[in-house]
Write a protein that binds this ligand. Structure first.
Ligand code: ATP
Length: 303
């Protein structure tokens, strides 16, 4: 086999509860991940050495060296296998970069799956999950897809039962937000306002809405503790969120650390209308529709 292509989805956080800052600089989280139908594609081709190339509108914002998370994943897999494998990775990017939709983690997950196949390693998912967790706390979910709750730093995962398909609109912003900067701002706001962070707990009403496939109930339960920090760093997001609510979104939140905003629609038609309204109001660089949950990395082969 000469080449393997893997398609991998973006995620949105339906609940992101951020606990107090730990001594190691991380926060304990409750993170309800939901994979949606915005995809990157990673093609792994046999080669000596390791290289990566990125294609797509936002390619210029993604490193094409050893800092690329997909290359880090491929190198970690080769180390795990104890061999000096080589690979050339081509990433076709559609997931917004530094947009709070875990695009880099998705590419890392896709690279693990593609190289496992290309190099004929046959490692089980459990091994890939372990290697992925060392690369980034969002990588294990990117290997799983669907909908799942993550605890710890987000890497201890339990898949969740979902009783239907949800329709989303994502308002894409100009430029990204740095995830560490948003966590630091969250800590700063809590300190400045004397807010004691509660121990993060999974929202039972949210899990119930997911089980029943009830979009209206889910919209009311969407919650992101990083939202005030993301809005503080990017004031225009408040207007974007308001515009979505004015156009009938069942729920409106910043996705992860932002600046992408996620809106839950009550049907596919409503999602198309809502995206058009957001574009017309000029409150986002672009607005795209998607549905979820979708499965994790899917392997196809290129000759
Ligand atoms: P998260 O939601 O997991 O916090 P994010 O969606 O906000 O992440 P990413 O798109 O994953 O952010 O990228 C964050 C940074 O990581 C980028 O600014 C980029 O420099 C770097 N990066 C490294 N590899 C990749 C990759 N394959 N795709 C995108 N960004 C990458």
């Amino acid at each position: 086999m000469n080449s393997v292509t893997v398609r991998v989805p973006a995620k949105v956080n339906l609940q992101l509860a951020v606990g107090p800052l730990r001594d190691d600089g991380y926060h304990d989280l409750v993170n309800v991940f939901h994979a949606v139908s915005i995809f990157d594609e990673v093609t792994a081709t046999a080669e000596t050495g390791m290289r990566v190339r990125v294609e797509g509108d936002s390619a210029g914002q993604v490193p094409e060296d050893d800092d690329n998370l997909a290359i880090r994943a491929a190198s970690a897999l080769a180390r795990h296998a104890g061999r000096s494998y080589g690979v050339s990775l081509l990433i076709r990017k559609s997931i917004p970069v530094a947009g709070g939709m875990a695009g880099g983690s998705a590419d890392a997950a896709a690279a693990l799956v593609a190289c496992n196949e290309l190099w004929g390693l046959g490692l089980p998912l459990a091994d890939l999950l372990e290697i992925g967790a060392d690369i980034g706390s969002d990588v294990p979910f990117a290997l799983l897809g669907g909908t799942a709750v993550g605890t710890g730093r987000g890497e201890r995962l339990t898949p969740l039962e979902v009783g239907g398909t949800f329709h989303w609109v994502f308002a894409l912003a100009e430029g990204g937000l740095s995830t560490p900067a948003v966590y630091a701002e969250c800590d700063r706001i809590r300190e400045a306002t004397g807010t004691e962070a509660a121990w993060p707990q999974t929202s039972e009403p949210l899990l119930d809405a997911l089980r029943r496939g009830d979009a209206k109930a889910l919209g009311a339960e969407l919650a992101n503790d990083l939202q005030p920090a993301a809005v503080m760093l990017r004031r225009s997001l408040a207007r974007t969120l308001d515009a979505g609510r004015e156009h009938g979104a069942l729920g409106a939140i910043v996705s992860g650390s932002g600046p992408t905003c996620a809106f839950l629609a009550d049907s596919e038609t409503h999602a198309v209308e809502l995206a058009a309204a957001l574009r017309a109001e000029g409150v986002a660089r672009d607005a795209v529709t998607a549905h979820g949950p979708v499965p994790g990395p899917a392997v196809g082969q290129r000759p």
